[in-house]
Write a protein that binds this ligand. Structure first.
Ligand code: NAD
Length: 321
């Protein structure tokens, strides 16, 4: 069995490798070659922790396994550790033997950023120039860094519920040499692409904050009750997702479904656009919306990719297990 520790991931994994892995597995999900197992998520009654498993099998990529982990809210204050903790375990699909154990913390941010980037590649207008960010926390910086590579963006605009956090994304824009401007929510009408990545339980982005032709990637809502955008926005958008079952139950589409504004059949898989079985954006005026809920197969895909890179560089630790 191979081990790739968390400390090695930053030097091994590239945004391009994460992008390729996620694009491939979304395509495999849409063609029926890959599927996610039911998610387990438990409040364990210790340290206020939420712990769970996300797993799946990709027959095309021959990737089988799970990500185990969750959120320990006291880690940082009590122990100087980050609150999100996860590890990916991969298994040989031919034998069931464990094949790799991989640090999953940084990979989670990279695979989540890769998902919105894949949506921008396939759904945003080719001439998109202004990207709007809603959110400025840990994930937001990864999201913006990856998204800036998808189009020739000339400007970043940003809004955050806690404005004092905006320098987190301004720094990313500066590093990429793209000007940054803080705006009010109604200033988002200037954006051609909007990424929303917050932990909100009430919408910030309203339908009239979004101009025709915009692509919106909603990346924060991954639990029942969370919400980032007004449900009415989904009713007027072409809605795409990583996995329909998650989108309508724990993703952004849960609210539009509950209000009867859309039906399950209105939500399409992004993988189908990648495979060419769904046309994706149908006009320059259409609003497209990607509901990125986060699936286990994304974690397995980037973990398998990083194991490959670790083997190539002679960094993977081999243990007799
Ligand atoms: P973080 O704590 O670093 O940042 C939270 C962000 O949400 C900040 O911008 C904060 O200002 C904003 N926020 C907090 N309360 C708000 C409110 N009431 N209204 C509007 N904005 C508010 O968290 P993070 O690590 O950046 O994660 C952000 C979200 O992304 C979380 O909800 C997390 O569960 C989710 N997430 C999703 C995926 C996925 O695959 N879809 C993967 C990882 C994380």
């Amino acid at each position: 069995m191979l081990i790739v520790p968390e400390r090695e991931i930053a030097d091994l994994m590239t945004r391009q490798a994460a992008f390729d892995a996620v694009e491939r597995v979304f395509a495999a999900m849409a063609s029926g070659d890959a599927y996610n197992f039911p998610v387990v998520r438990e409040a364990i009654g210790h340290e206020d922790a939420l712990y769970g498993f996300k797993g799946g099998f990709d027959r095309a990529g021959l990737t089988l396994g799970l990500k185990a982990g969750g959120y320990w809210p006291n880690n940082l204050e009590k122990r100087g550790l980050i609150n999100h903790q996860s590890t990916v375990f991969l298994f040989d699909p031919d034998t069931g033997k464990p094949s790799a154990m991989v640090g999953g913390n940084l990979l989670t941010a990279l695979r989540t950023a890769a998902a919105s980037s894949v949506s921008i590649k396939h759904l945003a207008r080719a001439d998109a120039k202004v990207i709007g960010m809603i959110g400025a926390g840990h994930q937001a910086a990864f999201q913006l860094r990856a998204a800036l590579e998808q189009r020739d963006f000339e400007k970043v605009i940003g809004w955050n519920y806690h404005p004092e956090m905006l320098p987190n994304i301004e720094k990313v824009a500066n590093e990429a040499g793209v000007p940054f401007e803080a705006v009010e929510l109604d200033g988002m009408t200037e954006a051609d692409v909007i990424i929303s990545i917050t932990s909100a339980f009430a919408p910030s982005l309203m339908a009239d904050h979004v101009s025709p032709g915009t692509h919106v990637a909603c990346m924060g809502t991954d639990t029942k009750g969370k919400q980032e955008v007004e449900a009415a926005l989904l009713a007027k958008a072409g809605v795409f997702t990583d996995e329909v079952a998650q989108s309508i139950t724990i993703g952004e589409a849960q609210h539009a479904m509950a209000q009867g504004l859309i039906k399950e059949g209105d939500v399409a898989q992004l993988g189908a656009v990648i495979n060419g079985t769904n046309p994706g954006r149908t006009s320059d005026d259409q609003i497209t919306l990607f509901d990125g809920t986060g699936v286990g197969l994304q974690d397995l895909a980037v973990a398998a990719s990083v194991v490959e890179l670790a083997v190539q560089k002679g960094i993977a630790i081999e243990v007799d297990f």
